[in-house]
Design a protein around this ligand. Sequence first.
Ligand code: SF4
Length: 343
Amino acid sequence: QQNIPYALDIRNLYVEFSSRRRTAYAVNGLDLRIPKGCTLGLVGETGAGKTTTALAVLNLIPQPAGRVTRGSISVNGRYVFNDDGNGGSRVCMTERDLEHLRGKSVSMIFQDPMTSLNPVLTVEFQIAEVIEAHEDVSRAEAIRRAGEALEQVGIPRERGKEYPYQFSGGMKQRVVIAMALACNPELLIADEPTTALDVTIQAQVLDMMKKLREKNGTSMLMITHDLGIVADVCDLVSVIYAGRVVEHGTLEDVFDHTLHPYTRGLFDSLPKMNSRKDRLKPIKGLMPDPSKRAVGCALAERCDYAVPRCFLERPAILRRTDEHVVACHLYTSENIVQGGVLK
Ligand code: SF4
C-alpha cells in the first residue's frame, strides 16, 4: 500500500481556531487518502470539519484564528504541511508554490457559484484570467482556451461574452466548473457543489462532473452531506464526525457492510422510496461542543450502542478489509471480519 501514488494524502491532521475567549478543535486526527484518478466522498453533518479540511489542503484556513497544529498533507507527493520535528506541523511550501498549488494543481468549487464569480467581468475573461495566472500564454490563447472550457461544460463559447447575472444558477455553477478545470488540475475539491441548485439541475451538473472526471482522469474530493450524491459519483467514502474519519471504505463496504453507528444513523435519516409508513429517523442530539476535547468517543452522548468504555477511551482504527476501516469499540479484530454487528 505504501507505494500507491495518492492525489491527496492527509495524516493525523489537527486544526484549531482560537480567539481570546476560547479554542475550537475543528479537526481532530483526521486521516484521508485519495488514490490518483479516484473520487472520494467526505460525508458528515455541518460542523464536522469537512470544509476546514479542504481549506487546510490549500493552506487557506482563515488567519490569524485558524491553524494546523499537527499532521501532514501532501498533494501528489508534495508536502503542503509536514511535521515540524517538535510534535507540531509547519507549512512546507513557499508563497509561490502555494500559488501554483491553488488553481493549477488543486481547484476548488464552492456551494455558491457567486463566491467564485466576479459580477462585473464577462465569464470568458474570468476563465482566461485563471489560465493566464498559471500558464505562460497570450491573452488571445487564454480566451480561446476559455471558450473550449465553456464548451466542455455544455455552454456555447459565444456566451462567454456575457456576465454572470445573465446565467441561471445551474449555468453559473457550470461556469465555475469550467474555471476549475481550465488548467487541468490534478485534484478537484468540490464543496457541496450542487446544494444551492434544484434537483433536476443538480442531476445534470453531477452527470457532467462524472463525464469530465472520466475524460480528464481528475482525482476528486467530493464534500457533501448527501449519501445519494456519494452513491452516484464516488468510488470511496469517508464518514467524518467531530473532525475525525470514523468509517472509510469503498462504496460497497460502507453501503453494504456498514460498521459505524454514526454511518448507520446517516442511512436511517434518509427518506426511503418504497416505504410510506417509515418516518425519518433523525440522529438524536447535537454535535459535541468543539471547544471541549472528547475524552472517549466523540459520539458517545448520541450513540444507542455506547458502553462505559466509550466515554473513557478514544476508539482506535480497526481494519475489516484493505480499504474498509472503522473507529468504534463495538469491534474487535475477531468480530470485524464478519462485517456489521449493528441491528
Ligand atoms: Fe458508539 Fe461507542 Fe462506537 Fe462510539 S465507540 S460509536 S459511542 S459504540
